[in-house]
Design a protein around this ligand. Structure first.
Ligand code: PMP
Length: 356
């Protein structure tokens, strides 16, 4: 028998959001993976199709057009950027570049479920710092959890799956307290959905700190989840390390072309995000009116902290054609999608007893 390294057995499973069960005569909605409900814009689809026509060729490993477009949009240098097969790939790249066996990675919990998977796969030890009762990172506790073994800290804002975002002042104070040799990842997968006072200015953090890495994605606001493309912004030394360990040709030519076209169509895509943010507000108002409480959502999803009733609530939603994402014993995450899906959710919650 060929055995993998012992830590490979310790890797927790990634549970993907399931599609809703088919219900005859009922349109069903997938609210289980924080996807964008809008179909691709025609111009983005056309760019992707054009790239498909050259599928016999490898993609540009240097992602030149994508990096140029991102550098222009963000006002950074091209050597501060690193693209990946979704931002989840960049988490793997970061951890493989900066930590290994015996090292520690501090992150909030519950947070993005890929963190413990990637940390364990890197052979490192995860240090999970519980989020507060209102689903926020406890940054003081996270700072206190840093030891001489800590190599990376993962900060997720807005936090998946609980929803709240941190303020710039909170993150800036935290980063200032982290030793300069520890990499601070600010995972901004849901950045475009944030509507709050003093939002995180990630680019300012990168300007001020050589150990800060921003992770962003085309999967959510830009609606390219199926193509797998995300990017990191950091000091050139970190971006260079991310590029060095990356899977060669990891970002397909179709993904690169669609991402570049999406940046060109940004106004239209961000107008859609505004629509989703308005739908989020309607969802929260309805949930609250039904007597339920949710932590302040700043991403494209809301968190129902129903504890032991998570599986039961997800099953009840499945019966009315809604796929939600249960987290056993903790709660249920609901993505913001179509208005009809929101209506159905609110009707369902109105018929159930809210948690006490
Ligand atoms: N970070 C967070 C917080 C996420 O929720 C997700 C996707 N669910 C990702 C990163 C990864 O997104 P992708 O790999 O599609 O870019």
């Amino acid at each position: 028998m060929v055995e993998p390294l012992p830590h490979v057995r310790e890797i927790p499973p990634y549970v993907p959001g399931k599609p809703p069960p088919a219900r005859p005569g009922l349109t069903s909605y997938k609210l289980s993976s924080n996807e964008n409900p809008y179909p691709p814009l025609p111009g983005v689809l056309a760019a992707a199709e054009q790239a498909v026509a050259s599928m016999n060729r490898y993609p540009d490993m240097g992602c030149a057009l994508l990096y140029d477009a991102l550098a222009a949009k963000l006002g950074v240098q091209v050597d501060q950027l690193a693209a990946g097969t979704g931002s989840v790939a960049l988490i793997y790249h970061l951890l493989s570049a900066y930590c290994g066996p015996g090292d520690e990675v501090v992150h909030a919990w519950r947070s993005f479920e890929a963190y413990p998977i990637a940390v364990t796969a890197a052979g490192a030890a995860g240090v999970k710092v519980p989020v507060t009762a209102d689903g926020r990172h406890d940054l003081d506790a996270m700072a206190a959890a840093i030891t001489e073994r800590t190599k990376v800290v993962l900060v997720c804002t807005p936090n998946n799956p609980t929803g709240p975002a941190l303020t710039h002042a909170e993150v800036a104070t935290f980063v200032a307290a982290v030793p300069a040799h520890v990499v601070v990842v600010v995972d901004e997968a849901y950045l475009e959905f944030v509507r709050m006072a003093d939002p995180v200015d990630g680019l300012a953090l990168v300007r001020d700190h050589a150990n800060v890495v921003l992770l962003r994605t085309f999967s959510k606001a830009y609606g390219l989840a199926g193509l797998r493309v995300g990017y990191a912004v950091a000091a050139p030394e970190i971006a260079g390390a991310l590029r060095a360990v990356a899977l060669p040709f990891g970002v397909s030519s179709v993904a690169q072309a669609a991402a570049v076209a999406s940046l060109a169509a940004e106004d239209e895509l961000l107008a859609r995000v505004d629509g989703l943010v308005a739908e989020r507000a309607r969802m929260v108002a309805g949930i609250t009116a039904a007597g339920w409480w949710v932590p302040e959502p700043q991403g494209n999803f809301v968190w129902l902290g129903v504890g032991d009733r998570a599986a039961e609530l997800a099953a009840a939603a499945g019966d009315v054609g809604l796929a939600l994402r249960p987290f056993a014993g903790e709660g249920v995450r609901v993505s913001v999608g179509e208005a009809e899906a929101t209506d159905r959710l609110l009707h369902l919650l109105g018929s159930l007893e809210p948690p006490s």
